[in-house]
Design a protein. Structure first.
Length: 179
């Protein structure tokens, strides 16, 4: 679940004030979403993503989301030793990159708590992302000063498409200017 926030500085200040500590420093992430030419994965509510950050690549499969105030879905991940070669393998078997997006991400946690808060700085704004048990998400959001009406469960792909529509811009990839 995501929550839109004004700036990275505000997010960092809020998390520090509430006892969260950095567990993974801010890093640039590159993400490629793959699908079949006829969008079989997307039509079925699934996602296949290759993420590269900090010199490591991870392939993630996400199954269809369950309805509710928190987004929940099956997620399977595996480390990939060479992201560029793996992209070529996926393309050779008929998958294609359908969306690219990037962000800067830092991860925060509180000692002895079951969840994780990330600060995602994206080309369309800054978001807190809360991952953990539903009760922890609700308690943490409230502790940070947010209500359920502030929750965003849409993917970055959907948020970007909506952003482009509001800007009357043609959607493409969600990447920082100059890339």
């Amino acid at each position: 679940m995501k929550i839109r926030i004004e700036s990275v500085a505000k997010a960092e200040e809020l998390l520090r004030r509430e006892g969260f500590r950095v567990i993974s420093e801010r890093a640039h992430e590159f993400n490629w979403v793959f699908d079949t030419p006829d969008a079989t994965l997307r039509r079925n509510g699934c996602l296949l993503r290759l993420r590269s950050t900090r010199g490591q690549s991870t392939l993630t499969y996400k199954g269809p989301a369950t309805a509710g105030k928190h987004k929940s879905r099956e997620e399977l991940e595996v480390a990939v030793s060479d992201g560029a070669i793996f992209c070529k393998i996926l393309e050779k078997i008929g998958l294609q990159v359908t969306f690219r997006y990037e962000k800067y991400r830092a991860e925060y946690a509180r000692p002895d708590e079951p969840g994780l808060v990330t600060v995602d700085d994206t080309p369309i704004g800054v978001f807190l992302e809360l991952e953990g048990p539903d009760s922890w998400i609700d308690e943490t959001a409230a502790r940070l000063g947010y209500k359920e009406t502030d929750y965003v469960t849409d993917s970055y792909g959907k948020l970007y498409a909506e952003y482009c529509q509001r800007q009357e811009a043609k959607p493409g990839d969600m990447i920082f200017a100059g890339r």
